[in-house]
Design a protein around this ligand. Structure first.
Ligand SMILES: [Fe+2]
Ligand SMILES: [Fe+2]
Length: 258
C-alpha cells in the first residue's frame, strides 16, 4: 500500500498545492491512500466543514488536526458526523470528535490515530498512556496503523516514536511546520519521521506573513497573522507499507513545489 502523509496544510496556498499534486498522483496510481494534517487550512486557523470537503474532494482520505482544532466554531457540530476528521485522542474525555478513525481500502483496514504533545504545549492527557490504551485493542485497529503526533519538542516525538516501534506501521510528527531529515525505519519495523513539514508558503514564518510576525516579536502587541503567498510547497512523506506485517518497507521524504 502506497500512502502519502502530508504536513500541516496552511491556508489557500497550501490547499492549492495539495489539490494540484494529490489529484494528479492519485490519478497516476502513484499513491493509494492520503492522510493530511490540515489544522491550519482555513486562513491559517483551524478548518471549516467547507474546507474539509474541498480537501476530501482533492484526494485526502483522512484529515488529522491539532491544537488549532477549535479555532473555527462551525467545525464542532461537524466533528460529530464526519468520520474522516480526527482530533487528538488525548484531549480530555467528553470533548467533541474522535481520536482515531478506521477505513477499509481494497480489503485492508487502515486506522489513523492523532495524539498531541505536552512539552511546550497546553496541558492534555498523557500521549504515551493514551497510545497504550488504544493499542491494547490492536486487532480492532486493523492491518495498517498510522500515528500523527502533533507536538513541539523533538525529544517527545522521538521518544514516543521509539515507544511505539513495532506496534504501529508509521509514526510522524506534525505542528512545527519544519520538515526534519531523519526519516527512517525503526528496528522493529515502524516507519518514522520527527516532523513532516508544512504544505504552504515557504517565504514566510511557518506559513504566516513575515511582516506581521516580525512586528509581533518586536513590540509584543496582539496582531492578526495573515497567511503568506510565495514559494508554495507540499511537504510530507511517501511510504510503502506491507499490509501483511503492518511494517513500513520504504519511506521517501517529499518536497513538491507548486
Ligand atoms: Fe499545531
Ligand atoms: Fe500547524
Amino acid at each position: 500500500m502506497k500512502i502519502l502523509i502530508v504536513g500541516d496544510i496552511v491556508g489557500s496556498p497550501g490547499r492549492k498545492v495539495f489539490a494540484n499534486t494529490v489529484t494528479r498522483w492519485k490519478a497516476d496510481g502513484k499513491i493509494d491512500f492520503v492522510v493530511a494534517n490540515a489544522e491550519n487550512s482555513a486562513g491559517g486557523r483551524g478548518i471549516t466543514p467547507k474546507v474539509a470537503d474541498e480537501l476530501f474532494s482533492a484526494g485526502a482520505d483522512i484529515i488529522t488536526l491539532g491544537d488549532h482544532v477549535w479555532d473555527q466554531k462551525d467545525l464542532i457540530p461537524h466533528l460529530a458526523v464526519e468520520q474522516r476528521l480526527v482530533r487528538p485522542a488525548n484531549f480530555p474525555p467528553g470533548c467533541p470528535g474522535r481520536g482515531y478513525t478506521s477505513v477499509v481500502l481494497n480489503g485492508v483496514k487502515i486506522s489513523v490515530i492523532s495524539l498531541i504533545g505536552r512539552v511546550f504545549m497546553p496541558p492534555n492527557d498523557c500521549p504515551f498512556r493514551c497510545a497504550d490504551a488504544l493499542l491494547r485493542n490492536k486487532g480492532a485497529l486493523g492491518d495498517i496503523i498510522i500515528v500523527d503526533f502533533h507536538a513541539e519538542a523533538t525529544s517527545e516525538k522521538i521518544t514516543l516514536g521509539r515507544y511505539l516501534d513495532g506496534r504501529v506501521s508509521f509514526f510522524c510528527g506534525t505542528h512545527t511546520h519544519v520538515q526534519t531529515s531523519d526519516e527512517t525505519i525503526l528496528p522493529k519495523g515502524t516507519g518514522y519521521i520527527t516532523d513532516l513539514g508544512m504544505t504552504g508558503p515557504k517565504d514566510s514564518s511557518i506559513g504566516r506573513d513575515l511582516e506581521s510576525v516580525t512586528k509581533r516579536f518586536l513590540d509584543n502587541m496582539p496582531s492578526q497573522f495573515k497567511v503568506a503567498k510565495d514559494d508554495v510547497v507540499m511537504e510530507g512523506v511517501l511510504i510503502s507499507v506491507d499490509e501483511r506485517s503492518g511494517n513500513t518497507k520504504k519511506i521517501k521524504r517529499i518536497r513538491e513545489r507548486l
